[in-house]
Ligand binder design. Sequence first.
Ligand SMILES: [Ca+2]
Ligand SMILES: [Ca+2]
Length: 145
Amino acid sequence: MCAGDINVVIGIVSTAAYEGNLRLVNGSDYTEGRLEIFHDDQWGSICDNTWFGDDASVACRQMGLGNVKYAYQDYGPGQGPVHLDDVDCRGTEMYITTCQKGDWGVNNCGHDSDVGMSCFLFEGKSMPIGLFLNFGWNLKTVTFV
Ligand SMILES: [Ca+2]
Ligand SMILES: [Ca+2]
């Protein structure tokens, strides 16, 4: 690398299948869609009972995205299990699974109540930006507005 080169490292949105991970499906890209969570080796949906902006903001944060764009949108019914219901986040949690919620699989919902939502890609997002300058990596956390 030549002196003066600048590399910017940005976050990566992962939709990999591991316990508790989230993804948005059936939208035009990964910032919008029906919200699904991976649990017990399968993707499932989340019921929209008590689903409000605070809950959606935790979902956006966990997925590495920016602020909530719309907490309620319809991206069609899921087909797997309804994994969660009655999610109640304070809004500061890093993961949906640390919010108050019903037990896994316990719900009184059909797939017509599946959560659909969207997040901004960068607005409100905080993340480390690495600048490789002459003397090595210099990490700063920046927040997009
Ligand atoms: Ca809630
Ligand atoms: Ca319910």
